[in-house]
Ligand binder design. Sequence first.
Ligand SMILES: NC(=O)c1ccc[n+]([C@@H]2O[C@H](COP(=O)([O-])OP(=O)(O)OC[C@H]3O[C@@H](n4cnc5c(N)ncnc54)[C@H](O)[C@@H]3O)[C@@H](O)[C@H]2O)c1
Length: 249
Amino acid sequence: MERFAEKVVLITGASSGIGRATAERLAQEGASLVLADVQEEGLEATAKQCRDIGARVETLRCDVSQASDAEAAVAAAVAHFGGLDVLVNIAGILTLEHTKDTSLETWERVLRVNLTGTFLMCQAALPQLLERGGNIVNTSSTAALAGMPYGAAYGASKGGVLAFTRTLAVEYARQGLRANAICPGSIKTPMTGRSGLPEDPDWKLIQRAMALDEARGPETVAAVIAMVASQDGAHINGESIRMDGGALS
Ligand SMILES: NC(=O)c1ccc[n+]([C@@H]2O[C@H](COP(=O)([O-])OP(=O)(O)OC[C@H]3O[C@@H](n4cnc5c(N)ncnc54)[C@H](O)[C@@H]3O)[C@@H](O)[C@H]2O)c1
C-alpha cells in the first residue's frame, strides 16, 4: 500500500514509541519523512530503519516547545522535499504525582511541551499545509476523556490538544485542511514503562483506564494515524479517535 507516495510528512516525537512506529509505518507506505525529536540517538535509529525500508528521510533535533525549532522543522521539509502534506504531532511528556504535590514548574513544563508544542508546530506548518490541502494529526490521550488520577498537568494538556484540534478543523475546513486527534491508552512504549506512580496510589482508580483485554504496541496507533492522514480519511475532520482496548467504553 503506497498511500503516501509523493507525500511529505513531518513527525515529532519520532525517536521512540508511537512516533517511531508511525515513522516506520509511513515509510512503508511511501512517505518522504522529516523526523523531529529532542533525543538525537533515538532519532538516528528511527531514521535508519525508515531508510532501510526505502524512504527518503531528514532528521533534526527539535524541541517542540521552542517556536524557532518548530519553524526550523517546517523549513527543513520545504528545503529537502519542497513542501509539507502532513504534520503528525506525537512528541509528549508524562508526569504522575498527586495534584497537591504538583509544582507550578511541572505543570508549566508539561503544558509547554504537550499543548504549546502542538500549537507551535501547527502554527509553523499551517502555511505549507494550506498550500497543499494537507492535514494534521495531533496526539491527545484517554486522559482528555476521563479523569486520570495523578495526571493533572498531563490530562489538562491533552484536553487542550483536543479543543485546539477541533478549532483548527472548523477554522480551516473550508480552505481544504483537516485536523484530527487520536486518543490512545494502554499502549506499550518507553513512556508507559518508565512513568513512576506516586507512593500509595489507589489502584482501583488507575485500573479504570486500563484496556479490558490487553495493552498493545505502538504499531496499532501508527496504523490508525496512517489511515486518518491518508486519502482514506478524507471525510474525517475534527474527530478524536479513542484507542484504548475498550477501557472507556
Ligand atoms: N503510551 C501510551 O499509552 C499513550 C497514551 C496516550 C497518549 N500517549 C501520547 O503519545 C505520544 C507518544 O508517547 P509514547 O508513549 O510513544 O512515549 P515515548 O516517551 O516513547 O515518546 C515520546 C517522544 O517525545 C519526545 N519528546 C519529548 N519532549 C519533546 C520535546 N520537547 N520536543 C520534541 N520531542 C520531545 C521524546 O524524546 C520521545 O521520543 C505522547 O504525546 C503521549 O502523551 C501515549
